[in-house]
Design a protein around this ligand. Structure first.
Ligand SMILES: Nc1ncnc2c1ncn2[C@@H]1O[C@H](COP(=O)(O)OP(=O)(O)OP(=O)(O)O)[C@@H](O)[C@H]1O
Length: 119
């Protein structure tokens, strides 16, 4: 049981590292908080909350993997290396793709609700 709880501590330490060192991680956290507040205000359905959860989950998973790969690349290749560049660029691309998906999902959910609210 203690080992199980310890593994939570390690995972939390990883999230905390990403939050402290990655500006993008903070930006995504603020965006998620704003989306949750707006969702609560607009009374989203369970389905809509599930879409937002999946979209946000994808973004944070991509961001955590990106951070891990950045640290790994900096460890094994502190000086310029063409392969290190490809790895970092591809890791950054996963975050970008997840963020674009999240924006599309967010717009698909919120725009009709906001138009309805304004009408
Ligand atoms: N060791 C390296 N060799 C080659 N290119 C690198 C190397 N390190 C970084 N780069 C290039 O610089 C870009 C930015 O790298 P960096 O590590 O600053 O990523 P970042 O996303 O800006 O990270 P952070 O969010 O920590 O500032 C990479 O996407 C890559 O193109």
């Amino acid at each position: 049981m203690r080992k199980f709880l310890k593994s939570f501590g390690y995972a939390f330490s990883g999230v905390s590292y990403a939050f402290r060192t990655q500006l993008n991680f903070k930006v995504h956290t603020v965006a998620l908080i704003l989306a949750c507040l707006l969702g609560w205000y607009l009374n989203l359905s369970l389905n809509e909350w599930l879409w937002i959860t999946a979209a946000a989950g994808l973004v944070f998973i991509a961001e955590l993997f990106n951070t891990a790969l950045e640290v790994l690349v900096d460890l094994v290749s502190p000086s310029y290396n063409e392969k290190a560049k490809v790895i970092k660029d591809m890791a950054a691309a996963t975050v970008l793709l997840a963020a674009i998906l999240a924006v599309i999902i967010g717009l698909a959910i919120f725009i009709p609700k906001l138009l309805n609210y304004a009408a």
